[in-house]
Design a binder for this molecule. Structure first.
Ligand SMILES: *[C@@H]1O[C@H](CO)[C@@H](O)[C@H](O)[C@H]1NC(C)=O
Ligand SMILES: *[C@@H]1O[C@H](CO)[C@@H](O)[C@H](O)[C@H]1NC(C)=O
Length: 202
């Protein structure tokens, strides 16, 4: 009886803390209402203040979408309508998405994913001049111009970034069928494929 009273008290407290707090199982209809359901890979970045960009693949049309939230969901009453970042024709169905942020605020953030022909592809935002995406002159320094192909067995990617434009993208390369990195020393430097180094003997 005492336990029942404590549990009831706890659940009432949780509900009153934030109306979007979920206790127990997530109701699928809640997710569908928020972003249309059928979500593939997801990735997010936040600034020092918690301002958040959530990026995901919609498996309805393979589009990569973004919505914005002002902070952790537990403290956030609404998010923006999702909007298109990359049309599905340019995105492998089931692609992994891996990215980074460099502050302060959203100075730059971006992510890597696979195109339908398994080319490692990127999209990035610069606060100074907006979106960078596409091939050739549309985005001269985008990694996809370098033509690195991932293995068809790829499940994940990783990405790391430095403020000088240095980048490291980890992937399962088609020629080595092992984890390799595509590395760039700084903005303007070429992307170079680096094979998995051998294990040390000790
Ligand atoms: C939510 O907001 C409360 C009140 O400002 C704060 O104490 C708490 O740490 C926040 N939760 C998260 C996950 O940031
Ligand atoms: C792969 O597809 C991209 C567009 O999604 C295209 O720019 C690129 O040329 C293609 N690469 C090959 C090797 O077919």
């Amino acid at each position: 009886m005492l336990w029942a009273a404590i549990l009831l008290f706890c659940s009432l407290t949780a509900v009153s803390a934030a109306s979007n707090t979920i206790t127990g199982k997530v109701d699928a209809s809640t997710v569908v209402t928020a972003i249309g359901g059928d979500v593939g890979s997801i990735f997010a970045v936040q600034t020092e203040t918690g301002d958040t960009r959530v990026i995901y693949q919609s498996l309805i049309n393979n589009n990569i979408m973004q919505f914005n939230a002002v902070g952790p969901f537990v403290n956030t009453s609404s998010v923006t309508e999702p909007f298109l970042l990359v049309p599905g024709a340019n995105v492998l169905r089931g692609t992994p998405i891996a990215g980074y942020i460099i502050g302060p605020a959203f100075t730059t953030y971006g992510f890597y994913f696979l195109s339908p022909n398994l080319t490692v592809t990127e999209w990035y935002w610069l606060a100074s001049n907006g979106i960078h995406f596409g091939s050739g002159s549309a985005c001269p320094d985008c990694i996809n111009n370098f033509g690195f192909a991932a293995s068809a067995n790829t499940i994940g990617l990783y990405a790391m970034a430095k403020a000088n434009g240095g980048r490291r993208v980890g992937f399962l390369s088609s020629d080595q069928s092992a984890i390799a990195e595509i590395d760039r020393a700084a903005t303007g430097a070429p992307y170079i494929l680096a094979r998995l180094p051998p294990r040390s003997n000790n």
